[in-house]
Design a protein around this ligand. Structure first.
Ligand SMILES: Nc1ncnc2c1ncn2[C@@H]1O[C@H](COP(=O)(O)OP(=O)(O)OP(=O)(O)O)[C@@H](O)[C@H]1O
Ligand SMILES: [Mg+2]
Length: 140
């Protein structure tokens, strides 16, 4: 995955597959803590504990047409390349939140990509879903 925008497309696709109606995308950059935090929350079907545990396994998917599930595995990899960490919280019927933390200045931290265009594209292709997007930069 070249940039964080492509990860966002991928993770949001999971939310849409889980029948989410509201998807929140937050990107917070903090110069002081040198952190970049991406949070994607949805109000879709959610997962039970066992499902959450398996979800980052590249050979786990609930898509019937394929044998690999790479979206979360790739995000985990990108996070690890930038000395970060990932959290996934979910509950059946409650939705899912994916939090990816990166060391902002890390040489291997992926660039943001075209965030505005990505969100515009998501809104245009999923008019029935409500998207909320916020990008905040704390420069000091
Ligand atoms: N937001 C979500 N809500 C409910 N289930 C999810 C969510 N995100 C992931 N999952 C579950 O975790 C599995 C793995 O997700 P992942 O994105 O890694 O792979 P995938 O979507 O199956 O395939 P790929 O991303 O490669 O097209 C999914 O198949 C689905 O069962
Ligand atoms: Mg996926």
């Amino acid at each position: 995955m070249e940039d964080l925008s492509l990860h966002i497309l991928d993770i949001v696709e999971n939310s849409i597959r889980a029948k989410a109606k509201n998807i929140t995308i937050r990107l917070t950059e903090n110069a002081k803590t040198d952190l970049l935090v991406l949070t994607i929350s949805d109000d879709g079907e959610g997962m039970d504990e066992a499902h959450v545990k398996r979800s980052t396994d590249p050979f786990f998917t609930t898509k019937s047409e394929k044998k690999t599930g790479l979206g979360l595995a790739f995000l985990t990899q990108s996070v690890e390349e930038a000395e970060g960490s990932m959290d996934l919280t979910s509950a059946p019927g409650r939705g899912t939140t994916v939090t990816a933390r990166f060391k902002r200045s890390h040489i291997n931290r992926k660039p943001l990509g075209d965030l505005e265009e990505t969100v515009r594209c998501l809104k245009a292709t999923h008019p029935d879903v409500h998207f909320s997007f916020k990008h905040v930069v704390h420069e000091e």
